[in-house]
Design a protein around this ligand. Structure first.
Ligand code: ZN
Length: 506
């Protein structure tokens, strides 16, 4: 076979695997949105079979041989940002990761995680950390073994090998450099809000609004953002999420609570931001890394940008308030744009990450990041997790944790063995602010456009600079490519401080 044929053969195998993987994703979507509860047993078997087939077909020796043959060809790899070179680089990454784990470890991880998840759910419900502890210990041991199979990067540590699964190229050392100044400045700002600010009115978020009206508003906002309903749909699920089968079919879900219209709108815009990224990936490369997101952190930058930087802006509320009056009506007609704007930016330290505001959110993440590092560096024993957690919440957020259900048991991640995942949320916030600042530098301030419900210039910029790039760059490289600078906490802090001072009257 010549090199061209090798690449074509590899491409066809990989696209078939993507077709298989995304078929499983359709079943996953169905399970969350449509499936009757009683069908879970058979569905688990369907998904188990597909996952097994996918793993088997992604780790064949043939793929290894084709990869090696292609990599030796300068025509394919000479221009490192070409589609071919990008695909080969990312396929190599995935192949090495998948084949470095012995099948016995993969199986042990899968089995342990499903037990750990139910133990976690029970521990959380009964507020009993001791139910989860042995599973946390086992998950940590398995995660260490997994990380050892990948090996730490040069000059890095074990934790880095796991974080790299979510955020290619990320390291604890670099994150500590980013997060330390952020931690210090955020705690100072939040303390100032607590002691000197006056909290904005948020009573509008208690006004009951029927679900169909919230749904209508959400769809209208999504359309204005540029979400394409010809290639997507919006449904309801217990936990909002976005799933993509290809750029031609990107679905989102949201959650409505009658008294919390702002939360539903926020989560619709958040998932809408994820979905715009997926819809903007190049369809002609579907099924290959060129049509995949650069990382979870970059993904989160897109959701946060729309949810917070657009959805919590004064100009957005200038446009959206008449729609709220018109569509949601009822008791909300008495609130003006300024009230919605200020109320959506209220800063208040709390216990639960997923309910946190923009200012305190990153401290919730920093707590988890610091704890993970202590666990992996053997500076903390799993049994002492609750005490360490409660101390960090006291030190960073100034809140007392009343019990473990509202403390270290609140998130599902560690029960799934997802160590190294949490920082992607904060990276998303930092990337979002740096991208947004650069966008305004390129296009000029967008306030007037947002105030008219015009988001096309913003979306066009994101499409060109970020979405169309797929996995061409690692996240850190993409940031430098787009903004001309390394990622820094500065743009985020500048953006946040200005808004917080304004809305919490400092
Ligand atoms: Zn998200």
């Amino acid at each position: 076979m010549n090199q061209h044929e090798n690449y074509q053969k590899l491409l066809s195998i990989q696209v078939d695997n993507a077709l298989l993987g995304t078929s499983a994703a359709v079943l996953g979507w169905d399970q969350e949105v449509m499936m009757p509860k009683g069908a879970i047993g058979w569905r688990a078997r369907q998904l188990g079979l597909l996952a097994g087939l996918h793993h088997e077909r992604s780790t064949t020796e043939e793929i290894g041989e084709l990869l090696q043959a292609c990599e030796e060809d300068q025509v394919l790899t000479g221009a490192p940002r070409s589609a071919e070179a990008t695909n080969l680089r990312m396929w190599r990454r995935d192949y090495d990761k998948a084949t470095r784990l012995p099948a016995s470890l993969v199986k042990e991880i899968a089995e342990t995680r499903s037990h750990a998840q139910s133990a976690w759910a029970k521990a959380k419900e009964e507020n009993d950390f001791s139910v989860f502890l042995p599973f946390l210990e086992k998950n940590l041991e398995l995660a260490r073994r997994e990380a050892e199979c990948y090996g730490p990067p040069e000059g890095g540590e074990l934790w880095d090998a796991l974080a790299d699964n979510y955020e290619p190229g990320t390291r604890a050392k670099d994150l500590t450099e980013l997060f330390t100044p952020l931690r210090d400045r955020l705690t100072a700002l939040i303390q100032e809000v607590q002691s000197k600010g006056s909290p904005p009115d948020t009573s509008f978020n208690e006004v009951p609004v029927p679900k169909p009206r919230q749904d209508k508003l959400g769809r209208l906002v999504l359309e204005a953002m540029g979400y394409d309903f010809c290639h997507g749909r919006l449904d309801e699920s217990a936990h909002p999420f976005t799933t993509s089968f290809s750029p031609a079919d990107v679905r989102i879900t949201t959650r409505y609570q009658e008294g919390l219209f702002l939360d539903a709108l926020g989560s619709t815009m958040h998932e809408g931001g994820h979905a715009l990224y997926e819809q903007g990936l190049p369809m002609e490369h579907a099924g290959t890394p060129m049509a995949e997101a650069a990382s979870l952190g970059i993904h989160e930058s897109q959701s946060r940008l729309w949810e917070n930087m657009v959805g919590h802006s004064r100009s957005f509320w200038g446009w959206c308030t008449p729609l709220v009056h018109d569509i949601l009506g009822g008791g909300l007609t008495g609130y003006d744009a300024e009230t919605f704007y200020k109320g959506s930016n209220r800063v208040q330290p709390s216990l639960i990450r997923v309910e946190a505001d923009e200012a305190t959110y990153n401290l919730h993440i920093i707590v988890r990041f610091e704890i993970e590092l202590m666990l992996f560096r053997d500076q903390l024993q799993p049994k002492d997790l609750p005490a360490a957690w409660n101390k960090l919440y006291r030190d960073l957020l100034g809140v007392e944790v009343p019990n473990d259900s509202k403390g270290c048991l609140q998130d599902i991640h560690w029960s799934l063995g997802s160590f190294g995942y949490f920082p992607t949320y904060t990276l998303g916030n930092l990337y979002a602010a740096q991208f947004f600042a650069k966008m305004e530098e390129d296009l000029g301030p967008q306030d007037q456009a947002f105030a008219k419900g015009e988001f096309a210039p913003l979306l066009g910029w994101l499409r060109e600079k970020i979405h169309s790039q797929g996995s061409r760059y690692f996240p850190g490289e993409l940031c430098e490519q787009v903004t001309g600078k390394k990622l820094s906490p500065e743009p985020f802090f500048t953006y946040l401080e200005k808004k917080v001072r304004e809305t919490n009257r400092l």
